[in-house]
Design a protein around this ligand. Sequence first.
Ligand code: PLP
Length: 486
Amino acid sequence: MDTKQFKEAAQSALEEITQYYDTLAERPTLPSISPGYLKPLLPTSAPEKGEAWETIQADIDRVIMPGLTHWQSPKYMAFFPCNSSYPAMLGEMYSSAFNAAAFNWICSPAVTELETIVMDWVAKLLNLPECYLSDGEGGGIIQGTASEVIVTAVVAARERLIRRRLADMPEGEEKIDKAAELRGKLVAMGSEHAHSSTQKAAMIAGTRFRKVPAPKETGFSVTGQALRQTIEECKAKGLEPFYFTATLGSTATCAVDDLAGIAEVAREYPDVWIHVDAAYAGSALVCPEYQHLCPPMADFDSFNFNMHKWLLVNFDCSAFYIKKRKNLIDTYSLTPSYLRNEYAEKGLVTDYHNWQIPLGRRFRSLKVWFVLRSYGVEGLRAFIRNHIKLGEYFHGLVKSRSDLFTVVTGPHFALTTFSVNPRRLGGAAAANKPDPSHEAYLNDFTPSADAQYQEDANQITKEVYEKVNAQGEFFLTSTVVCGIYV
Ligand code: PLP
């Protein structure tokens, strides 16, 4: 493809993409194809001769579109959102055009320096404690996903603990043996409602994992006391708790752990690295009315939120902040001769590959920069507040039909979870009720705490959920929290 052909192809792709966005609301959110739909539509091997762009582009409509779930549709209510915006798409386009594996400063100074600047802009926008800014001992780095951030934090926490514990030992076999022994005792912790990425990170880091209870009575949030108790239980068994993920906006209900209480625990146990995972809800911190959540973070070690979830930056973009960048650099710096450069050796520049697991880096800060400049702080706040308002509206609608639905949690950051009242809607479980209670049961719409009610509610809620998704128009997500199907 030469420049002229590229210009024509890009123009035509642009037409199709904008048309897609303009008609999104008219499409069912879920595709109506079956698993394996694609194989019969495509040849069994790559074409021998190159094809014209028109032929390739025609297949977007023919083979790709039928298999798309439309995440950008206003009828998409599943999981957490994955917002996109035109400025972010332009950022992706330039990043792709400047294509580089910009792992250190000299590999493209703009990639490194813009990232440092926009990450500071974002930290200020969220009103994060100043310790997370790059002009002190901290700083921000962009990673692909929250899961990558969490594994990076868990491994850094593990290595920090080992360094601290074995600081007085001389290098050698004995130290290596001691480190291996210590590794076997390490425990990473997360709320029972923390995203599974924490457990996965513990698995990758080769440590144990313990769930900290977060029952219905605390609104599914971990309290400082619950964390303290889990730490003490681990210690009583001779184990070494070294890491905890506090959640700001849990996946199932958007619960916020008791950050102030956890900050006290952080001060009591300085060897436990506390990371705040705010993957979805962190974007709300652009609004001053949510920034009261930020001060406890001064006592924690790291924080992340996904700008690709709720801040108009296209996937992928997880903002990772660290209070002491040295804790990453001491873990991840391995600089063979081919990566050495005079700028880094003189301490003049940041080489972000020393803060993370991969070497190569995408130019992700460009799309962040475009979004921040295109929307401005005001635009981003208005965007979040509109979603919060819509969430409250939805919550009001559900609540106004308390004969049919029970709000289980929320609205929290635009998320409401609810269940279906089994008594009013009947369903298999209710239908099995022996007479004469059946009639009375169906006509009573007061939620109850008894186990039979919960079992019936779970069953009917699942049925309703499956019916909605089977129609394909809307896409919802269900989950089970502490035995409640929502
Ligand atoms: N943390 C929380 C609280 C989440 O809700 C999610 C996903 O929804 C994740 C982490 C994982 O996100 P990612 O896909 O960026 O790894």
